[in-house]
Design a protein around this ligand. Sequence first.
Ligand SMILES: [Zn+2]
Length: 416
Amino acid sequence: MSATAHHKRRSDCRLCGSKDLALVFQLEPTPPANAFLKASQLNEPEEKFPLDVFFCRSCNHVQLLDVVDPELLFGNYVYVSGTSPVFVEHFRKYAGEVLARQPKLSSGFAFEIGSNDGTLLRFFQQAGWRVLGADPAKDIAQSATESGIPTLPIFFNAEAAREIREKHGTAHAILANNVFAHIDDLKSVALGVKELLSPQGFFVFEVSYLLDVIEKTLFDTIYHEHLCYHSLGPLVGFFHALDLEVFDAERVSSHGGSLRVYVQHKGAARSLTQNVAALLELEQEFGLYREETFRKFAHQIDALGRELNSRLKALKVAGKRIAAFGAPAKATTLMHHFKMGRELIDFIVDDSPLKQGLFAPGTHIPVCPSTELYSKLPDYSVVLAWNFADSIIAKNKKYQEQGGRFIVPLPQLKEY
Ligand SMILES: [Zn+2]
């Protein structure tokens, strides 16, 4: 492995260990996507890391091999799921579906990896289950514990699983949402699951689905927090090799399109559902097991980037002022890969008080409150949270009425 103090590059596939890896999409290197800067930090050196996407020719898993120090990425993680009513509702339904699969248990033990503020576990607790979470973000773990959801401030792995098992017994349900893409040593997590899972229990996790990434041009979800871009096929093989078994899977709508996967001990009671075979066939037909699919995707994205960039340059030459709307983590990828620097974008507006007054990673473009859309009235605003473009435009009709225009960069370049 090559390495700097905050970064290493692995040389083998995260799921199957093969070294037969093909570079299929090379994005512009970026700093960590959420590393917004204070004014006092602007003159300090800022490290950028490669954003190279590899395809495993052995198991078809799509992944980054460059691993940025998790402390740097997650140590001060501010995302709290309970703050969004959409996620609370998603988790309420999700808990109901998981509980319905354990009809014989009046009470059980649910454990969640990356449990954040405990929003999902709370629904299990309300159903009479014992619950325990693990989340490496210390502040979040502490406040979850104080709010009644006991949460260990740790990275979960096989060793942690043994300790939890000794203290609390085996778990009837183990949950993990949007964490299975974030962990470099997936094998250690899966071995931990195996250690902690009761004989007839199951592990269920949700991850962003690679098929949706390609189909909906969600290339900007590629950033260093997301080490894996999962499809079902490679996961089936991965669990099989560890004496675990995928017995069900389904597509769900969260995070722009996700995959929910159910896993049990090999040979446990549940029979394999039709869903698994149907999804594997879909992936095969869609081309997820061919590296050409990803090379084509890269060309398509690069063409969109050139189109946007030349449009912005032309507007700038014509003397127009251009802002950007929304500063989600994924905007870091989009702005770097589409070369949207300070020479093109005057400022970014964002509703989150946590980001206002800060500067975007890498580009150092200032982040201002959304009201500045009206006080400064830029001629154009590029919608960086483009998956919410419809509602952003609907809420800002006044901006358009005052002459402002929105530019939506993806899935196709459009102006409103
Ligand atoms: Zn592999």
